[in-house]
Design a protein around this ligand. Structure first.
Ligand code: 5AD
Length: 388
């Protein structure tokens, strides 16, 4: 690949965007007017990702925040994240729990522990949980998920949530029958990231057995079955261009995503992208963080009513990364609820935060962080987006 996607090292990005104390430039004023009057077109989206002008960045952030408050209100919706198994049959080249990583002890939590954790999340008022794991398709696994979903539904009923907590599954590509079985068991949301909407880039990130067509097909089946579907991409992948990212935004729209979870790409020691050895350049940390924030804002402006997560990967690149995500238009956070004893074994990328904080500590810390940016937690509610 010859495209130098991010040729400039952008130093100012290390500082938080300056408050626009000085009068706005003509370009920033024009941008503010454009963002206020219509949905962004391709050129505007590209500019949202590319601009390095602090006053324009603040205009973009404020427009995204305004669109969020108008369409979704000021609440942040929580989904307690339960990483219940790191066993995986897939071999995504970027991922720390890929099958070929032999340096990792594998675990699967017992059903009772998963259900207890979900119940704890419900008691905290989280309203929803995400069951996430590596990918498996054997019958033992698929039946285990059905049983877990049913048990969580039964055991998290409360006066506030008569149907129990909302359940999102994030367990990869499955057959239509399996997806249908889990939906019938009570899971109503599914998170399956596309990782990139570029077929070429997708191919470079995965072995030949994992195809772009199959991933798209799964997303379509999930939609047809009635799931609320979340998808998303990694941002700042080596060789990824700004145009690839703009394509990702239109992909979110065209697939009718209900939720977007995306974050910066973060290398993992045991999961080196093979094509990087051929010299593909990766944007530096500050640039990847800024790109991820701009992608959140661009998604919010293009799809104003959708749920968007401020992901853990943001916090990995900057201590206040998730708060920044909220300020740029995100409205979902997934507090870490995975039992401490196994948390280190679920390292998708290096430097994952909160490895030593108990779920209780995560809950307390999170509320302060959310309030610090003028938002409040939506408690005891599944927190779905409005159907479009
Ligand atoms: N950097 C950033 N995100 C990653 N994921 C996996 N590996 C990495 C990485 N190295 C993300 C993928 C996957 C989700 C569960 O974690 O997007 O869909």
């Amino acid at each position: 690949m010859t495209t130098q996607a991010f040729p400039v090292r952008i130093e100012w990005m290390k500082a938080p965007p300056a408050k626009a104390a000085t009068p706005l430039s003509a370009a920033a004023l024009e941008l503010a007017t454009r963002l206020a009057s219509s949905l962004p077109d391709r050129e505007t989206l590209r500019h949202i990702l590319a601009t390095q002008q602090p006053d324009e960045i603040e205009v973009i952030r404020q427009a995204a925040e305004k669109a969020l408050l108008k369409n979704c209100g000021d609440t942040v919706r929580l989904r307690g994240l339960i990483e219940f198994s790191n066993r995986c049959i897939s071999d995504c080249y970027y991922c720390g729990i890929r099958r070929s990583n032999r340096a990792l002890a594998r675990y699967t939590l017992k059903l009772a522990e998963i259900v207890d954790t979900a119940r704890w999340c419900g008691e905290q008022g989280y309203g929803s949980v995400v069951l996430q794991s590596g990918e498996r398709r054997d019958a033992k696994f698929t039946r285990f998920i059905s049983a877990a979903v049913r048990a969580i539904k039964e055991q998290t009923r409360s006066p506030e949530l008569p149907d129990g907590v909302g359940i999102t599954l994030c367990v990869g590509e499955q057959s239509p029958e399996t997806y249908a079985e889990w939906f019938a068991a009570g899971a109503h949301r599914y998170l399956l990231r596309m990782e990139t909407s570029s077929p070429e880039l997708f191919t470079r990130l995965h072995p030949a057995t994992q195809t772009y067509a199959s991933r798209i097909n799964c997303l379509k089946i999930l939609k047809t079955l009635g799931y609320r579907v979340g998808t998303g991409v990694m941002i700042g992948l080596p060789g990824q261009t700004l145009d690839d990212l703009v394509d990702d935004l239109f992909f979110f729209r065209d697939i009718s995503a209900d939720m977007i979870g995306m974050g910066p790409y973060i290398p993992h020691e045991q999961a080196v992208l093979p094509y990087m050895e051929a010299g593909a350049a990766m944007p530096d940390v500050a640039t990847r963080l800024q790109l991820a924030l701009r992608m959140i804002a661009a998604t919010r402006l293009l799809l104003p009513g959708i749920n968007i997560a401020a992901t853990t990967a943001l916090q990995t690149l900057s201590e206040d990364g998730r708060e920044q995500g909220l300020r740029f238009g995100a409205n979902v956070i997934m507090p870490q609820a995975t039992p401490l004893r196994v948390r280190r074994q679920y390292t998708l990328y290096d430097g994952k935060p909160c490895l030593d904080d108990s779920a209780g500590q995560c809950a307390t810390c999170l509320e302060g962080r959310i309030n610090s940016v003028g938002r409040r937690i939506l408690r005891d509610n599944w927190g779905d987006s409005e159907r479009r």
